[in-house]
Design a protein around this ligand. Structure first.
Ligand SMILES: [Fe+2]
Length: 243
């Protein structure tokens, strides 16, 4: 079975459209969204609609939880708070109601799907380096063979056992027996790994492999939308640099 994994679309309609078009061409069996459908970008309703029509399963992200009223975001920095307030003000009630229904994690076969760390998914903890990956050794026995995550907007992976964690080199991942894996799937709508192209992952359960796919999209148009909505200029500029 081929599974497409998308995450952190962040209301970027232009990026989401090209990614879902590519996934449709690839003829996958399932498409799973790992959260942060909204926040930062100017098209929350359009991106909710795309995710709802293309994804078989959607996990809640911290921005989704904030917009849905499930999480206090008063401690976020000002521009992020303003973007969330703006998102709530323009979103259709029906899409907000949908966000409220989303699970914090899901499991299928030997895989787990989560926005941040799967250990305490409601805390949305970041996993972005080897030390944070190593903290999962203590939870080795209760974690699935592979956990796919979003949240960091990075494209990094680690393998771990009960005692140690190692970086997995960039590129396609071949899952080996004897290890469990944490895989961050990158971001569709706001990549932060210095590659501004939209990113998603194809997980092939028969071959036991995962591969990152990058797709260029119309960044000018996404940035213009952010400016027209009066959101932070920083959110527009960072799209060009992939940070
Ligand atoms: Fe995010």
């Amino acid at each position: 079975m081929k599974v497409a994994l998308v995450s952190d679309l962040h209301a970027n309609h232009q990026a989401a459209k090209v990614v879902f078009d590519r996934i449709t061409e690839m003829d996958v069996d399932r498409t799973i969204c790992l959260g942060d459908v909204v926040g930062y970008g100017s098209s929350p309703n359009e991106v909710c609609q795309l995710v709802r029509s293309h994804c078989d399963l959607t996990i809640v992200g911290n921005h989704d939880a904030a917009v849905a009223g499930l999480m206090d975001y008063s401690y976020y920095y000002q521009a992020a708070r303003d973007a969330l307030d703006w998102t709530v003000s323009v979103m259709d009630d029906e899409h907000i109601a949908w966000l409220r229904t989303l699970p914090y994690t899901a499991k299928a076969g030997s895989a787990c799907f989560s926005h941040g760390s799967p250990v305490y998914p409601e805390s949305f903890e970041y996993v972005f380096n080897q030390a944070l990956a190593r903290a999962h050794c203590a939870f080795h026995d209760r974690l699935q063979d592979v956990t796919f995550m979003g949240h960091t907007h990075l494209t990094r992976s680690w393998r771990f056992d009960q005692t140690t964690a190692e970086d997995v080199p960039p590129g396609p991942i071949e899952f080996e027996s004897g290890w469990k894996y944490l895989v961050t799937v990158g971001s569709v709508g706001q990549p932060r790994d210095y590659d501004p192209r939209a990113c998603f992952v194809i997980y092939d359960t028969e071959r036991n492999e995962a591969e990152y796919i990058r797709v260029p999209y119309d960044i000018d148009s996404a940035a213009a939308g952010i400016r027209a909505a009066g959101l932070s200029e920083h959110f527009a500029r960072r799209l060009y640099r992939g940070v």
